[in-house]
Design a protein around this ligand. Structure first.
Ligand SMILES: C[S@@+](CC[C@H](N)C(=O)[O-])C[C@H]1O[C@@H](n2cnc3c(N)ncnc32)[C@H](O)[C@@H]1O
Length: 185
């Protein structure tokens, strides 16, 4: 399957199941957010990006301290939910875009989160490279990947190939994802 076909089929799958996303995954994702923020060890501030934001479940965890929070996703149906969630805040913006082609200025964001996105992407290192470019020099990146799809070694290689360097990680047996914090190499 070529890259765009694969992306389109993933997008359609999320569009079709968007109405039950929160019910199915909220608990699982909340555990990952908790782990990601613990591993990060500082409260995210400034400009924050949530790539593959889905229905915006992560937004309330960081919006209060953010100068602005941008959520990007390819699924319009999930983004409708994310937009509704963002209504309680004045600093959240949602954008429908492919994570490999982010319509955002490079070197701008201080904290970038990608929860359970990367194993969906046809060329994860390419995606991570795009994500890396959006971060400023001191940016922190929190990336999680489903354990059943990607082992930690592979995730570290993807990060290295994209110019990122893992500085801490969490492999908690209760989580379905490995959680990595990375900075620019
Ligand atoms: C497992 S969900 C995780 C959603 C969200 N991060 C969360 O914590 O609930 C994966 C998300 O990645 C999005 N996604 C998949 N392929 C994408 C792409 N090429 N560009 C942007 N988002 C994508 C899906 O639409 C979906 O919202």
């Amino acid at each position: 399957m070529n890259k765009w076909r694969r992306k389109r089929s993933i997008m359609m799958r999320y569009d079709l199941t968007a109405h039950m996303y929160d019910q199915r995954y909220a608990e699982e994702q909340e555990a990952k957010y908790k782990a990601g923020l613990e591993v990060l060890a500082v409260a995210p501030t400034g400009l924050i990006l949530d790539v593959g934001c889905g229905s915006g479940l992560f937004f309330p965890h960081v919006a209060d301290n953010a100068e602005a929070l941008v959520g990007v996703d390819i699924s319009r149906q999930l983004l409708i939910q994310a937009k509704n969630r963002a209504r309680s805040f004045s600093n959240i913006f949602v954008v429908c875009a492919d994570a490999d082609h982010l319509p955002l200025r490079q070197g701008l964001f201080s904290f970038i989160f990608a929860f359970t996105l990367i194993q969906n992407m046809p060329a994860p290192s390419v995606t991570l490279k795009e994500i890396a470019q959006i971060g400023n020099h001191h940016a922190c990146f929190v990336v999680t990947a489903l354990k059943r799809a990607v082992d930690l070694e592979t995730l570290s290689v993807w990060l290295r190939h994209s110019g990122l360097c893992a500085i801490s990680l969490r492999d908690d047996e209760l989580l379905k994802c490995n959680v990595v914090v990375a900075v620019k190499a």
